[in-house]
Ligand binder design. Structure first.
Ligand SMILES: [Zn+2]
Length: 373
């Protein structure tokens, strides 16, 4: 069911329903547990509408008077929710070209140059890589809109995209289990939670509520429209933070200030005073987002950290990077483990085409290779 589709963008026909009634999407199992989600027609329509709302807020209108070509650099696996959504919304007015995020970068760049999309949709890590390609002159597209999803959109990725295409990207927070959960409005102050569709609860490790302004350890979501597979206080391993401010746009939905990464991306490293220290992805984002490089990945392997840097530019300095990582870890009270910085052509993508920034060794499979999709 989840064979990789690398070269062709297969989109299942819109009438492919399970038992003639249910749309089926599956996650890539990046958290170690694969979910298969079934939705009836009403639920599926609501999920489509949640993505439609995110598009609408980002100024993308579609319809008879607004024909739009979208390029979606994502997973092209047929079971992936974005493929299912594309199959449903396909119409003469929305041309959705799907590109496999795990294919080689030059292929993606060539195909985008060919498509000349009005709207570019990609994982946040890919947005930054593509912005780098545009600034280097290899990618030559002029999208009216740039939307990012599924990953942390860092300030640097945002500013690279803005420099590359002169549009500020719109971030969308979504999950296969829920559809859209939150999206940015044109004020770019954070993402408004879709509180008419889900009840989000930001909690700590003990499932106690975390106030706005503080980061939670988990997010619980209750999907208000789900009846086929009811999800009540369903646990997402995302670290998020609500803002204490109201958005000037006046929308009633609360603002999510940041998605700081997944709890799975948290590394547990030996502490300077003994014991273990929990290191959040933001520690690495702060170091690596200033690098002259297109991408990076930190992998925790037996007792050491492997750091891969892709598309290093002339300003890249591996010894300096190593020192910066040591300093950041020391500041986080970690007794830094041995680490190695290596320059690679591209960061390998997992099965769903995502290139995770942090690959933690899971407690449960310390013996085997960590999954990366
Ligand atoms: Zn707003």
């Amino acid at each position: 069911m989840h064979a990789k589709t690398r070269t062709t963008a297969t989109v299942p026909a819109r009438d492919q329903l399970f038992r003639d009634r249910y749309s089926v999407s599956a996650t890539s199992g990046s958290s170690g547990r694969k979910s298969i989600i079934v939705n009836n027609a009403h639920e599926w329509t609501t999920i489509i509408a949640s993505y439609g709302r995110a598009n609408e807020w980002s100024g993308i209108r579609t319809g008879r008077a607004h024909r739009v070509t979208m390029a979606v650099v994502s997973s092209t696996a047929a079971w992936h929710q974005s493929s299912r959504v594309a199959a449903t919304v396909r119409s003469p007015f929305v041309v959705s070209e799907r590109l496999d995020a795990s294919s080689p970068l030059p292929d993606i760049v060539a195909r985008l140059n060919d498509i000349q999309p009005d709207v570019l949709v990609a994982y946040a890590s890919m947005i930054r890589v593509l912005a780098g390609e545009q600034l280097a002159g290899r990618l030559r597209i002029a999208p009216r809109g740039v939307n990012s999803s599924s990953e942390v959109l860092t300030a640097e990725a945002r500013s690279d995209a803005t420099r590359a295409w002169r549009v500020s990207p719109f971030n969308v927070y979504a999950a296969t289990e829920t559809g859209g959960i939150a999206a940015e409005c044109d004020q770019h102050q954070g993402m408004h939670l879709f509180e008419d569709l889900v009840i989000p609860e930001v909690v700590d490790d003990d499932y106690q509520p975390v106030p706005p302004g503080a980061s939670g350890d988990r997010l619980l979501v209750t999907v208000l429209f789900g009846r086929t597979l009811p999800l009540i206080r369903y646990e997402m391993t995302d670290r998020v933070r609500l803002t204490t401010r109201a958005c000037p746009c006046g929308r009633p939905f609360r603002l999510l200030e940041a998605v700081e990464g997944r709890t799975d991306d948290v590394l547990e490293l030996p502490g300077r005073g003994g014991g273990t220290v929990t290191v959040h992805p933001v520690v690495f984002h702060k170091v690596f987002d200033l690098l002259d490089a297109a991408g990076w990945q930190v992998r925790q392997e037996e007792g050491r950290l492997e750091i891969r840097v892709a598309g290093a530019g002339p300003g890249f300095d591996d010894a300096g990077t190593e020192r910066a990582v040591y300093a950041a870890l020391a500041a986080a009270n970690v007794a830094p483990p041995p680490l190695r910085v290596s320059v690679v052509d591209t960061i390998p993508a997992g099965a769903a085409g995502k290139r995770p920034r942090i690959v933690a060794q899971r407690r449960s499979d310390r013996q085997s290779t960590p999954s990366t999709d």
